[in-house]
Design a protein around this ligand. Structure first.
Ligand code: FAD
Length: 239
C-alpha cells in the first residue's frame, strides 16, 4: 500500500514489515492507529523466509504442553552465556515480556506452534543449558582422532556423514519406535542416539530417567577415555 496519510495521523509508526508486524498488530489490538512503513515491494522481510523457530523461555506453548521451563533457568543460561558483555536489563526485559509476545502471536497469527523437543540450546554446556553438549563434547574427541588419521577435513566429514546420518535416522529422534517394523525397533532400542535423545527429552521435560542419564554419562566417559589419549598420542607422533 502506498501513500496512506501523514505520520501525524497515527499513534504508532512501525518501520519495516518483518518482526515489526507483531508490534503493529499488538498496537492495533490496543486500539492504537498504526502505520507500517516498508521500503521494499514485499511484505515480511527476512522474517517471512525464516524457519519461524523462536527461543522464548516460559512461553504459553510450553506451558500448555506441560513442559517444565523456568525463567530462572533461562536467566542463569543467559547470565552464563552473555555475562557483562551486554546490559543485564535488556535480557531481563526479554525474559519478562517474551511470553506476552508469544501470547500476541498466538492470538493474531493462524499458526499452530509446537515444542521442538529434540532441539537443544545452542550452548548446552553452560549453566542452565540443556544437556546434549556433554555427549557432543566427548564425541568430538573421536573426530579429532580421525582428523589426525585422515588426510583431509572433507574425508573426516564424509566419515561423519556415513556414520551419523544412519544412526540419527534409525533412532527415536524423528519417528516413534512403536510405529517401526520389529527388526528396526530392535536396532533403535540399542542405538546410542536413542539413549541420548531419551535422556535429553527427560531432562528437558524435568523428568529425567536416571538409567538413561547414567548411560549418557558412562558413554561420554568411555569416549573421552578412548579417544582423548588416542588424539594425544597421534598428535605427539605427528610432531
Ligand atoms: C532462511 C532463514 C531462516 C531463519 N530462521 C530463523 C528461525 O527459525 N528463528 C529465528 O529466530 N531466526 C531465524 N532467522 C533469522 C530471522 O529471520 C531474522 O533475524 C529476523 O527475521 C529479523 O527480523 P527483523 O524484523 O529485524 O528484519 P526483517 O524481517 O528483515 O524486516 C526488516 C524489514 O524492514 C524493511 N526495511 C529496511 N530498511 C527500511 C527503511 N529504511 N524503511 C522502511 N523499511 C525498511 C526491510 O525491507 C524488511 O522488510 C532466519 C533467517 C533466514 C534468512
Amino acid at each position: 500500500m502506498r501513500g496512506t496519510g501523514s505520520p501525524e495521523a497515527f499513534d504508532v509508526v512501525v518501520v519495516g514489515s518483518g518482526t515489526g508486524l507483531l508490534a503493529a498488530v499488538t498496537a492495533s489490538e490496543l486500539g492504537l492507529r498504526v502505520l507500517v512503513v516498508e521500503k521494499s515491494q514485499y511484505l515480511g522481510g527476512s522474517t517471512a523466509m525464516s524457519g519461524g523457530g523462536f527461543w522464548i523461555p516460559g512461553n504459553s506453548v510450553l506451558a500448555d504442553l506441560g513442559v517444565a521451563d523456568s525463567r530462572e533457568r533461562a536467566s542463569a543460561y543467559l547470565d552464563a552465556l552473555v555475562g557483562d558483555r551486554a546490559p543485564r536489563e535488556r535480557r531481563e526485559s526479554f525474559l519478562d515480556h517474551g511470553p506476552a509476545a508469544v501470547g500476541g502471536l498466538r492470538r493474531n497469527a493462524p499458526h499452530t506452534w509446537q515444542h521442538m523437543r529434540e532441539y537443544p540450546d545452542y550452548f548446552p554446556e553452560v549453566e542452565g543449558g540443556s544437556a546434549f553438549g556433554l555427549f557432543a563434547l566427548s564425541l568430538s574427541w573421536a573426530w579429532t582422532t580421525l582428523g589426525l588419521l585422515m588426510r583431509t577435513p572433507q574425508a573426516v566429514m564424509s566419515v561423519g556423514t556415513v556414520v551419523l546420518f544412519p544412526l540419527t535416522l534409525a533412532s527415536n529422534v524423528f519417528v516413534r519406535p512403536q510405529t517401526m517394523p520389529g527388526w528396526l525397533q530392535a536396532f533403535v532400542n540399542v542405538n546410542p542416539v536413542s539413549h541420548l535423545v531419551t535422556a535429553e527429552r527427560g531432562l528437558m521435560d524435568g523428568q529425567p530417567a536416571a538409567g538413561q542419564v547414567a548411560w549418557v554419562l558412562l558413554a561420554s566417559a568411555a569416549l573421552v577415555a578412548v579417544f582423548a589419549p588416542a588424539t594425544t598420542y597421534l598428535y605427539g607422533r605427528r610432531r
